[in-house]
Ligand binder design. Structure first.
Ligand code: MF3
Ligand code: CO
Length: 254
């Protein structure tokens, strides 16, 4: 049977600590998004930062994934593998990172622009981030999981963008992927009811064109079918009595 794991106060403390480390890793990576750097350099810096915090890069070895972060550029949506590719001026760079500390996982992502981006790129990045905040207005007791996705979809599509359907957010805790699935689209009023002390990752993946995607021959990198730009924004959040708490929080997060 599919089970949503509600966290105890002690587990929530551990989730907070894992979340802070993960958020700091995302900020560190974001500051490294400058023209000329290779994606492997970012991966290495993030890996050593996570280890310096007594944590483990959650993605490394997960289903055979070979790196500590996913770095997805321009038409790449998610799961881009770091390598010798150099970031160029104007690139739209999505960074996704996970860290496990004392048995609990933080998972977060954000999209950064290298140097000066186009107006379209800047709007995509901002709408993607805001769509997360529109979604989590419904991340509270009494709401249902699909209320979040419905709000994300409405906001993104009202702004003329596409919402990726093939990949979704998820419960998070001792495992990176727990129940429930948290889609970024759909009709409100469906799926599990949200209750206090659930922890979920809400992660809109938004495109400047059509929502359809495909996976490259490396078996990981997900790209838009139409070659349009994509952005990703994700936080691990805690359901509370009222507004959700962002567990992947740090002072200089975007
Ligand atoms: N952050 C991604 C997610 O939310 C996981 C990356 S996949 C991995 O599902 F293989 F790189 F770990
Ligand atoms: Co995730």
């Amino acid at each position: 049977m599919k089970m949503i794991r509600i966290k105890t106060p002690k587990e929530i403390q551990l989730m907070r600590r894992a979340g802070q480390i993960t958020a700091a890793a995302r900020s560190l990576a974001g500051k490294m998004v400058v023209p000329g750097i290779t994606t492997l350099e970012i991966d290495k810096a993030v890996r050593s930062f996570i280890k310096s915090q007594g944590a483990v890069p959650t993605f490394l070895g997960y289903a055979g994934y070979p790196a500590s972060v996913c770095i997805s550029i321009n038409e790449e949506v998610i799961h881009g593998i770091p390598g010798h590719r150099k970031i160029k001026e104007g690139d739209v760079v999505s960074i996704d990172v996970g860290a496990t500390k004392d048995g609990f996982v933080g998972d977060c992502a954000a999209t950064f622009i290298a140097g000066e981006g186009t107006e379209e790129a800047k709007k995509l990045v901002e709408v993607t981030r805001q769509s997360f905040y529109e979604g989590i207005k419904y991340a509270r007791p009494g709401c249902r999981v699909s209320d979040i996705g419905a709000a994300i979809q409405r906001y993104a599509e009202d702004n003329g963008f596409g919402v990726v359907r093939d990949y979704v957010g998820h419960g998070v805790g001792a495992q990176m992927h727990e129940e429930p699935e948290v889609p970024n689209f759909g009709h409100p009023g469906h799926g599990a009811r949200l209750v206090k002390n659930m922890t979920i990752a809400v992660e809109p993946m938004i495109t400047s064109g059509d929502w359809q995607v495909r996976v490259l021959k490396d078996d990981w990198t997900v790209v838009t079918r139409d070659g349009s730009l994509a952005a990703h924004y994700e936080n691990t959040i805690l359901i509370t009595d009222d507004e959700p708490e962002i567990l992947t929080y740090c002072e200089d997060m975007v």
